[in-house]
Design a protein around this ligand. Structure first.
Ligand code: FSO
Ligand code: SF4
Length: 554
């Protein structure tokens, strides 16, 4: 059987994965993920209608967010868990249909049911589900609607997937906003009507960006409200002797629970990938056995996890196929899953029991000796940077800082991603680099020095901390009495998966122009759609570091 998926940057041949995902996704899993999106759309159609009548259904809100997050690249590869989610979604949909029908009856109207092709009832067995998923594959729409319209529809879907991931992280820390759920249902309802008007599709994509800003704000409030504002911290990046657990993904709450459960057990905890910024949060760093960061960005994990002498916990994307050599040592939790890998579930109150992870860590050899100490500076989120805003502004006014570059986004396996290392290294000494997300591993262990005490490399945090970077830019613009586009600031972004898509939509919604985007453009953005982005936002594909830098600095 075949498949079609073009939602991430590493898609095969830059056009689409058709035999198997470059990410490791089997065609069966691709079909189940497509069916899951279909079921979520059905839930949202009823939920959107019900909200119009003042009825809010929490089950529907949480299901759609979890379903969309599960379909993000490198999250859920497990057919059994996906089948369970699809069946749960069909039940939520049936319930919502009942709620809507009842409301209509009460209002003296004839209840409307979804047409059969918009409300597939899940087959009894896995093979049946896979066949149903193939029936709603993106390729069917590509054939019918063409690449421009399908690409725009998918741009919205991918933006919603990314937004759902951030909304879910905020939700587990009790930060929710009803308007966000209402919008997700509205947008999914819009998509389920198979819209073809390019203007309406573009407007909805920008609305995704607008609402995503709210979601990132919620997540920022959830993280800083629970764990304090990140503070400048020297994070150790080399191992120390002893038993160990490495935690990857993006979830701060999982780390906190793990730290509490490992307290006094003689286990050192290391962050990995996008968990690095956690080392700067006061309520996390206060745990002395959170000793540092291990390894780099997600795409190096097979090599790094194989060499890790302890247990591994994946809290979200980006998981890669675990090698046999560490399959017994790796655990998943939350929505991330891989078949055959032990999964830690939360109980009804959200608590998780990480004792299997702790047991595996204690049974493993641990690091035999301390490596040579090496640290890197982190913790330059909005609160820290704004607390020295006066110094920064003076340095700009006095000419000591000529330009700011935000070099941020995802990392990936393609060789073209050296662009970002080359770019950071070529940035002149009188310029400051802001960075965020996993792409920074391309250069965050290099020594950039400082300008009058202001570090030249300011690590704002995870991908969602794009919110912090936006706040910093807005504050600078306020201080200089100009717009963000008039600041001496250039955005050089790398994308990989759908969280980067929603962040890009947020930047476009804010009217930010001249963004340089690489290492390649999304396959779902057709030349016609790209032209719209170029005309409206002067978005530019990256070329070479030297050429782009020359063009920016003139
Ligand atoms: Fe990276 Fe993966 Fe954080 Fe993404 S670890 S690629 S944009 O999941 O979310 O930056
Ligand atoms: Fe291919 Fe990316 Fe889709 Fe995986 S998520 S199947 S790599 S396009």
């Amino acid at each position: 059987m075949g498949m079609f998926c073009y939602q991430c940057e590493q898609t095969a041949k830059g056009t689409g994965c058709t035999l198997k995902g470059v990410c490791g996704k089997e065609p069966e899993v691709a079909a189940l993920l497509d069916l899951l999106v279909h079921v979520a759309e059905g839930v949202s159609r009823y939920a959107h209608c019900a909200r119009g009548k003042g009825i809010v259904n929490r089950e529907a809100d949480v299901f759609v967010v979890e379903a969309l997050f599960s379909t993000v690249t490198n999250v859920d590869f497990d057919p059994a868990r996906l089948a369970e989610l699809i069946r749960r979604g069909a039940k939520v949909r049936a319930n919502m249909r009942g709620v809507c029908a009842e409301t209509c009856r009460k209002a003296g109207r004839e209840p409307q049911a979804l047409p059969a092709d918009a409300a597939i009832e899940p087959a009894a067995d896995l093979l049946g589900l896979i066949r149903q998923g193939e029936g709603v594959a993106i390729s069917k729409r590509l054939d019918k609607l063409g690449a421009d319209v399908t690409g725009l529809q998918e741009l919205i879907t991918y933006g919603l997937k990314g937004m759902a991931a951030y909304a879910d992280h905020a939700r587990v820390l009790d930060k929710e906003d009803d308007g966000v759920y209402a919008f997700i249902h509205e947008a999914m309802d819009f998509l389920s009507g198979n819209p073809t008007d390019v203007g309406a599709l573009t407007a909805m994509a920008l609305k995704v960006g607008e609402v995503n800003l709210k979601v990132m704000e919620l997540l920022d409030a959830a993280n800083t409200g629970t764990y304090g504002h990140p503070e400048p911290t020297q994070a150790r990046v080399t191992p120390i002797k002893g038993k160990c657990i490495v935690i990857s993904g993006h979830d701060l709450k999982d780390l906190k629970m793990l730290l509490e459960q490992t307290e006094g057990k003689g286990i050192n905890v290391y962050t990995h990938g996008e968990m690095l910024p956690c080392l700067a949060y006061p309520e996390l760093k206060k745990h002395k056995h959170l000793v540092g960061n291990y390894g780099g960005a997600w795409q190096d994990q097979q090599k790094e996890f194989e060499a890790f002498p302890g247990a591994i916990l994946m809290t979200t994307n980006c998981i890669q196929k675990p090698k046999e050599s560490y399959k017994a040592q790796i655990f998943t939790t939350g929505l991330v899953a891989w078949p055959g890998v032990k999964h830690i579930e939360a109980d009804a109150s959200g608590k998780k029991d990480f004792s299997p992870v702790i047991k595996a860590a204690l049974a493993a050899p641990g690091f035999a000796a301390d490596a040579e100490a090496k640290t890197i500076p982190i913790g330059f989120a909005r609160n820290t940077v704004m607390s020295v805003a006066g110094t920064v502004i003076d340095a700009v006014k006095g000419g000591a800082i000529k330009h700011f570059f935000l070099i941020g986004g995802c990392d990936g396996a393609k060789p073209g991603r050296n662009y970002y290392t080359d770019f950071a290294q070529a940035v002149p000494k009188d310029c400051v680099i802001l960075t965020l997300a996993c792409g920074k591993y391309r250069f965050n262990k290099l020594d950039f020095g400082d300008i009058g005490g202001i570090p030249r490399l300011l690590d704002c945090g995870q991908c969602n901390d794009a919110y912090s970077a936006i706040q910093i830019a807005v504050a600078l613009a306020g201080a200089f009495g100009c717009g963000v586009n008039d600041l001496p600031l250039s955005l050089v972004l790398s994308w990989y998966e759908q969280k980067a898509v929603c962040i890009l939509l947020t930047l476009l919604h804010l009217g930010i122009k001249n963004i340089r985007l690489g290492p390649t453009l999304p396959a779902f953005v057709t030349p016609a759609v790209l032209q719209v982005l170029v005309d409206k936002f002067a978005i530019k594909p990256t070329t070479t570091a030297a050429e782009d830098l020359k063009a920016i600095l003139g």
